[in-house]
Design a protein around this ligand. Structure first.
Ligand code: GLV
Length: 309
């Protein structure tokens, strides 16, 4: 019985060290050399090739090396009975909240305007408006979204959250369900997207959504690229409907060199860098989950495949 590691972005050596120390009797195999497929009991994956998991007859669990599982569930052949487990927070909430705060502060304080003025050697002040005048809306209030919302609320922004199912979070006004999305967007001067990507949320930030937001408002995307309708975003920025966007995630990553986002004057592009996977935290969770499964206990971070997160 062995562990298979398959990721197009995580370095296997550091993971090997942790997993071999925790489970010395389980060989650690790295894709594309899985050895005998029937040996593989646990698969640690990130953007695995489609069909790979279906070829492992004794697979007991799929452990995703990330919080968002869309790139793993994309594979239509994941065997039905095999649990898919995701990382829960794993050190990502604090850097995600920091990134959101960075973006909101930059918009509130006109940083992008001042950078343009510096390039033009222009000495000119913008009027200041306090954080209290900048209602921020956070889409998605899971562990990470809730941390983002709290951090912004602590910084003095009036914060609302949009969620599928109603919940309570201190100092955050919660809007639940599709029917409240328009009202949520209409009160948000900055929208921060932290949603999981599912069939229900794909393309949710489109022309219709931008039309609900106040004129000149801003978008920060730290969810997934496919939440945004790219052309609608560019059109809304060009028309002045939106004032700017800060984007960390893209439909295709790395963002193709020819993509309009790179050179758009109202868009800040960062390379999926809002929150790194913190190896220690992620590996501790994955080791704990394998140990639970080995003891016959329920694992943590079980993904509801129907729901998509
Ligand atoms: C990163 O994008 C993750 O889902 O962990």
């Amino acid at each position: 019985m062995a562990i298979l590691f398959c990721s197009d972005s995580d370095p296997p050596d550091a993971w090997r060290e942790v997993l071999v120390a925790a489970f010395p009797r389980m060989p650690f195999r790295v894709w594309p050399d899985p050895g005998r497929p029937e040996d593989i009991r646990y698969a640690l994956v990130w953007r695995q090739p489609h069909g790979l998991l279906a070829r492992l007859p004794n697979l007991k669990a799929v452990l995703v090396l990330g919080a968002g599982v869309d790139s793993v569930l994309d594979d239509p052949q994941i065997p039905d009975g095999v649990p898919v487990l995701r990382l829960v927070e794993a050190g990502m909430a604090a850097p995600m909240a920091e990134y959101a705060l960075l973006g909101v502060l930059a918009f509130q304080r006109g940083l992008h305007t001042y950078l343009d003025r510096q390039h033009a050697v222009e000495w000119k002040r913008e009027p200041w408006s306090p954080a209290a005048d900048w209602p921020v809306g956070v889409m998605g209030l899971g562990v990470i979204g809730a941390a983002v919302a709290r951090r912004l609320a602590q910084s003095g922004y009036p914060v609302a959250g949009w969620v599928r199912e109603d919940r309570r979070i201190e100092a955050v006004e919660v809007f639940a369900g599709r029917e409240r999305l328009g009202a949520f967007l209409a009160r948000s001067r900055v929208v921060v997207n932290v949603l999981p990507l599912t069939p229900a949320t794909r393309g949710i930030l489109d022309a219709q959504a931008f039309a609900c937001m106040p004129r000149g408002s801003y978008v920060i995307n730290i969810g997934r690229g496919a939440h945004v309708a790219d052309e609608d975003l560019v059109a809304a920025l060009d028309a002045g409907r939106l004032g700017g966007a800060m984007l960390d995630v893209f439909r295709e990553e790395p963002l193709p060199q020819s993509h309009a986002f790179w050179r758009h004057p109202k868009i800040v592009v960062t390379p999926h860098a809002a929150a790194p996977t913190v190896l220690e935290a992620a590996a501790t969770q994955i080791v704990d989950n394998i140990a639970r499964l080995e003891r016959g206990e329920p694992p943590l971070g079980l993904v509801d495949r129907q729901r998509g997160y």
